[in-house]
Design a protein around this ligand. Structure first.
Ligand code: TRP
Length: 347
């Protein structure tokens, strides 16, 4: 089983990202061959600072490693290091419907939010994302519910490619979306009707992976609770329900078990217990992160090694795609030459 996911090198990672995505990556190492891509090419589709992007890429790499991704068991790499992603984006753009890209929710939201240039890159963002996954013929993509539309598009792109060029064969694998069961819905602590995010109610509603224990305790102590006094999940109690979900996720327990344990507890007691376990969950990650982040050459070495392994897989897919599309020299003529080799003009 090959598992692929991409993560943005932007923004500070918070508890929702950690439970919903990063910890899923870590556990997927047990189930199959994990390939994890830090998507710096996606990050350039909106306004950004070039020097910042490099720093945030190292931050993200160090967080993934601190969380437990093990470069000897999975592949971690930087998207822009593997040129096959951009070539495949172009080739796949010819089997992608323009109107569909224009209707994508994320494009429309970002288009509205963008005060300056709405770039063509923003429109092509989902095609690059499709190329990311399809280049590895991955079977499974662990990402949140918010990526549903992107997953559907990449599945359609793979199907259309196979129908048009596959000659009855599945040249590109149609991947499955894997949405995490718990933690997919970690909500803002101050406004539990919206997802935890970096742009939500502000600092106090979002627990960051790198927050100090004191900050975590403070945020959980001031988390919004609901009327009533029972620690129980219910649609009328979004605040308490969220805290139950959080505690269940960090303990890797069932939410019902959390309810049972705190059946007689007051809200204050319960919130203190959640804080204690969230601190215990994140503290070791923060400590490992500090060490890893300090050694940039070591991070570069890991990324470089990952890119080498990624390229071996992606270049094989690209050779097939080019061949099927009738682009470049036929595959047989390329035998024995390193993939991606440029033809030299004879004579
Ligand atoms: N668009 C994804 C996000 O914002 C990131 C991403 C890029 C991705 N390429 C991917 C996710 C490939 C899964 C697979 O979270």
């Amino acid at each position: 089983m090959r598992i692929f996911s991409g993560i943005q090198p932007t923004g500070r990672k918070h508890l929702g990202n950690y439970i919903g995505a990063i910890s899923q990556y870590v556990s997927s190492q047990e189930r199959g061959e994990g390939i994890f891509c830090i998507v710096d090419l996606h990050a350039v589709t909106v306004a950004y600072e070039p020097a910042e992007l490099r720093e945030r890429l190292y931050d993200t790499t160090a967080i993934l490693l601190a969380a437990g991704l093990d470069p000897s068991r999975c592949t971690i790499f930087r998207q822009s290091d593997v040129a096959e992603h951009t070539e495949l984006t172009w080739l796949l753009s010819s089997v992608t419907e323009l109107g569909r890209l224009q209707r994508m929710h994320q494009f429309r939201d970002k288009e509205l939010a963008q005060r300056e240039l709405v770039s063509a890159g923003l429109l092509l963002y989902p095609v690059l994302q499709a190329a990311d996954v399809l280049a590895y013929r991955a079977q499974e993509v662990p990402v949140g519910e918010d990526q549903r539309e992107h997953l559907e598009l990449m599945r359609d792109i793979a199907r259309r490619f196979n129908a048009r060029y596959g000659d009855g064969q599945e040249v590109l694998v149609v991947p499955e979306h894997r949405i995490p069961a718990v933690g997919a819905r970690i909500m803002d602590l101050q406004d539990p009707t919206r997802k935890m995010s970096t742009s939500g109610s502000g600092e106090s509603g979002t627990v960051y992976v790198l927050d100090e224990p004191k900050a975590i305790e403070k945020k959980l102590a001031s988390a919004v609770t609901d009327s009533g006094s029972e620690v129980r999940r219910s649609p009328e109690k979004p605040g308490i329900s969220n805290l139950i979900e959080i505690l269940a996720a960090v303990r890797d327990a069932d939410p019902a078990a959390v309810e049972a344990e705190f059946a007689d507890a007051r809200y204050g007691e319960f919130k203190a217990a959640v804080a204690q376990d969230v601190v215990a969950y994140l503290a070791p990650v923060r400590e490992r992160y500090e060490q890893l982040r300090a050694d940039v050459p070591a991070l570069e070495a890991i990324l470089d090694d990952g890119a080498g392994r990624a390229r071996v897989i992606a270049s094989d897919t690209l050779a097939d795609v080019r061949d099927r599309m009738g682009v470049g020299a036929p595959r047989a003529a390329r035998a024995g030459r390193p993939s991606g080799a440029v033809d030299t003009v004879p004579g």
